[in-house]
Design a protein around this ligand. Sequence first.
Ligand code: SF4
Length: 223
Amino acid sequence: MNLTIAGLARLSVCDWPGRLVATVFLQGCPWQCRYCHNPALIAFETAAEVEWGEVWAHLLARRGLLDAVVFSGGEPTAQAGLGAAAATVRELGYQVGLHTGGAYPKRLASLLPELDWVGLDIKGLPEEYPAITGVGTSGKRAWAALESVLAAGVAFEVRTTVDPRFHTAAGLVDLIATLQAEGVSQLVLQEVRLPGAASTGLSAARLLDELGTLPAGVSRRAG
Ligand code: SF4
């Protein structure tokens, strides 16, 4: 299988809500989010830590015990081999989930028929992206990815990491309204984890508190 695999979580209960999954972390991401929790997974040049054979052996041994496989990253859609891997895993009887930021919307659109669920990161409104990711086209790409996911009718959840360095309460209200108008029915606002947040006064929790009661379909997740 033509994949550069950075890691394998053999059992996860949180990577796809409601499913017992194995999570395959793929190396490489074209963006450089300032809050990235997996910065070691950004470089494309880094060699694989895990061989596909190890993943395959685990999935063969856990058939009937795990529900699904989630491909995560990094940005898993950066890898051309993802489609073949997803199809192979499905043939084995697993459901397939994907975590993506939508950096490659065309490849994502072609993958959607192989997917049962998508956890899509929408980092903000399109114009807010360059400050977050460091890449000028990232907002356009991510929102194009959202359009594809909505059009495909696949089960999905949108997640937004709330970071007081980039978001405001008014901007979040606008983001929530825009996503809901697009047809997003499940949105999770995740609090960013910032080292030293207490001393700097930057608090995602406090920012979210300013929003008050969230609309139906929108929830908070602690950082
Ligand atoms: S898109 Fe995800 S993996 Fe890539 S830099 Fe941003 S947070 Fe990290």
